[in-house]
Design a protein around this ligand. Structure first.
Ligand code: GDP
Ligand code: CA
Length: 325
């Protein structure tokens, strides 16, 4: 069996880690391969280094090196380099970069500078984290540099666009967002293997990633949405909202910016044209009605630890085998 998942950072990575645990502990499913298509709209160049926050969160989480409490960055991290940069007054200082993490960005930037594509670079990084041995393939959604920007009020009656990371990390999504603009996305091409991974999968899963700035960005890569509509595989999604609220992060602010209510049902509406099954938490079951052809199921969705997350993934796969694709 082959599973393809579209993923952002923390929510996507934790879900895929649980999925892998379920596959590895279920007789007959161990050989299942998983392709993860990662959002790269969060990517940013800092201090001359190319940083891919969602790809890195996936690498560290799936490779066993993540800072678990935080959900992103490296375990046992130090911040000596950042301290030196601050001493020099180098900007920006609002984005946390640990010393071990910086090595990832140095390696990536060096390889990109030597002419490797982001896909090739990601393959090299994934090898270091042991992903192939776990039958995990990690693909950036595109090799074209793209960056999500957030259009906010400029305080003088006009508007200005800031990088997504500045809005999310520096301002904690507290500046009202008028809209999201993804620089470069309309001219981007899906990375090698991405469309095939969707078309040839036996099951396609949407982890509980941010529907606007993670999954929504991947869906904007030319060809991806058509591949999802056209695949013969069942497509099953897991809600990132519990009781109508994001479990972490600011998905509610992102949904508000695109005029979509923060409900599990409204999020399913964003995927209505290709989704077959939608898994919501019991807290949202009563208010989530079947939308078009999307069948709704419920089960506990808190990814409190790996075994609990594995049960969510198992439920999603059970739904995939029950819904008409
Ligand atoms: P990011 O790129 O690091 O923001 O990560 P993602 O986009 O992959 O995932 C963010 C989403 O994960 C948020 O909207 C959260 O609500 C959701 N999320 C985080 N933890 C959980 C959880 O335990 N259960 C569910 N259902 N969603 C979660
Ligand atoms: Ca992200």
């Amino acid at each position: 069996m082959h599973i393809t998942a579209l993923a952002g950072g923390v929510g996507g990575a934790r879900f895929v880690r649980g999925l892998r645990h379920h596959l590895d502990t279920t007789p007959g499913l161990e050989d299942t391969t998983v392709t993860v298509v990662a959002n790269t709209g969060d990517d940013i160049t800092l201090f001359g280094l190319r940083v891919c926050p969602d790809v890195d969160t996936l690498l560290y989480t799936l490779g066993g090196g993540v800072h678990d409490g935080q959900g992103w960055g490296r375990a046992d991290e130090s911040h000596r380099v950042q301290g030196e940069l601050a001493a020099y007054g180098v900007q920006p200082q609002w984005f946390a970069l640990g010393d071990l993490d910086i090595a990832t960005h140095v390696a990536r930037s060096q390889w990109l500078g030597q002419g490797a594509t982001l896909s090739e670079v990601t393959t090299r990084l994934a090898a270091r984290w042991g992903l192939p041995e776990q039958r995990l393939e990690l693909l950036p959604m595109t090799d074209t540099p793209v960056e999500t920007h957030v259009v906010v009020d400029d305080g003088e009656g006009g508007e200005r666009a800031i990088h997504f990371q500045e809005w999310w990390v520096r301002h904690q999504a507290s500046l009202p967002a008028r809209r999201f603009v993804v620089a470069g996305l309309d001219r981007a091409a899906a990375a090698p293997g991405v469309l095939e991974a969707v078309r040839r999968a036996d099951v396609v899963l949407l982890p509980p990633s941010n529907p606007v700035v993670s999954i929504g960005i991947i869906l904007g890569v030319p060809g991806v949405r058509d591949a999802l509509r056209g695949t013969s595989a069942p497509v099953v999604g897991v809600s990132p909202l519990i009781s109508g609220r994001p479990v972490r992060g600011h998905a509610d602010a992102c949904l508000e910016a695109i005029g979509v209510p923060a409900t599990a049902g409204a999020v399913a509406g964003l995927y209505e044209d290709f989704l077959d099954g939608w898994l919501v938490d019991p807290a949202d079951a009563a208010t989530t009605l079947r939308r078009g052809r999307v069948e709704v199921f419920d089960g506990p969705l808190l990814m409190s630890d790996v075994p609990a997350t594995a049960r969510i993934a198992e439920h999603a796969l059970r739904i995939a085998s029950s819904v008409p694709a």
